[in-house]
Design a protein around this ligand. Structure first.
Ligand SMILES: [Zn+2]
Length: 235
């Protein structure tokens, strides 16, 4: 049952909230709430928790835990790429057709490489993708960011700062291209509407008519795509 969970306490939080994330239950609680009150709350929500936990665990169970070894499947814009790890005198990552070849040097740390070089490859490719996207994005839409970057988030796809800068996680580019476009447009719309109001969603719909399908995709596959131990999804 749900006997194990992590409690995240916050001084700003007023109410209890439950979150099932990466196949685990996380309780967000106010700073001074007693363990007993939290336990009672979790017990009350037992059915909801179990339903979500088992769904997530099933989804994770259908995929292989990532080992970063030859033969594993990666994805670029949903297209499968077979990982090949080789040894050479120079460290590099190159894509050749449906293969992504990561070379390691004798001085590489076998347990950290090739993960680090592959993540760097994704970030770089994603940046190229974004540069091309924004080169084609019509200025007259009036949604023009002050800059964009690709980094890493644990549980979200993108972010728009008050300064008008857009940030994305490299993991987004594991998803199909129509989903990626949608996330970028979503963040762009925050330049005008810094909220999730009705006006915001209307603006999103104007620039991305299939945004609802994309939202469904992200909610469904985010569980495994954003999870650093999996970084993949089952169609
Ligand atoms: Zn948003």
């Amino acid at each position: 049952m749900t006997s194990s969970y992590t409690i995240n306490r916050s001084k700003r939080r007023r109410h209890l909230a439950l979150k099932v994330q990466h196949g685990e239950l996380v309780v967000q609680a106010p700073w001074h709430m007693s363990e007993q009150t939290i336990l009672q709350f979790v017990e009350q929500k037992r059915e909801w928790v179990e339903r979500h936990l088992s769904r997530q665990q099933q989804q994770l169970g259908r995929l292989q835990r990532r080992q970063w070894q030859t033969g594993e499947r990666l994805r670029w814009l949903s297209e499968p790429l077979q990982l090949v790890v080789e040894h050479a005198s120079r460290k590099q990552v190159t894509r050749q057709g449906a293969q992504l070849i990561a070379t390691m040097t004798p001085r590489s740390h076998a347990d950290r490489e090739p993960r680090l070089s592959i993540v760097a490859w994704y970030k770089q490719q994603a940046h190229v993708w974004l540069d091309e996207f924004f080169a084609q994005w019509p200025e007259q839409h009036g949604l023009n960011p002050s800059g964009w970057s690709v980094g890493d988030f644990r549980s979200k796809w993108g972010h728009c700062t008050r300064q008008g800068e857009l940030k994305f996680t490299w993991k987004l580019w594991i998803a199909p291209e129509w989903v990626v476009r949608n996330v970028v447009i979503h963040e762009l719309c925050h330049l005008r509407e810094f909220n999730h109001s009705r006006a915001f969603w209307q603006l999103v719909e104007r620039h991305s008519p299939n945004f609802q399908d994309a939202e469904v995709w992200l909610r469904k596959h985010g569980i495994t795509v954003l999870n650093a131990d999996y970084l993949d999804y089952q169609v």
